[in-house]
Design a protein around this ligand. Sequence first.
Ligand code: ZN
Ligand code: ZN
Length: 131
Amino acid sequence: MATIKYSKQREAIRSYLTQTKSHPTAEVVYEEIKKIYPNISLGTVYRNLNFLVEQGDAIKLSCEDHKEHYDGVTHPHSHFYCKCCHQVYDVNFPIPDFQHLSDTCDFKGQIENCTMVFTGICPNCCNNSPQ
Ligand SMILES: [Zn+2]
Ligand SMILES: [Zn+2]
């Protein structure tokens, strides 16, 4: 029974991640999933998030707030972290072509993914600044 419950929780986490654009931290995911599974622990949420990352169903971003943010959008895309509102946004900044990089930089390994996080002040916070 424990395993069934476990994977149901994981499905809830997975579907939450795919429908949110907010790149939540584990704590935020925990608060959301707790509404569905009140008995879930933060440790279980961490384990499931890491499992999803290992399976390639989610990506983990390390931002300047020193927290890990999780993203259900797994195709390579770039991010912008706002140091004012601490939000992580998807941005359309171009990311390098992996194959091209390997060739031009003479890298013999295999690149699988790329997470790029730009840091600064987002358009919302720029508009709201007092100056
Ligand atoms: Zn902002
Ligand atoms: Zn993203």
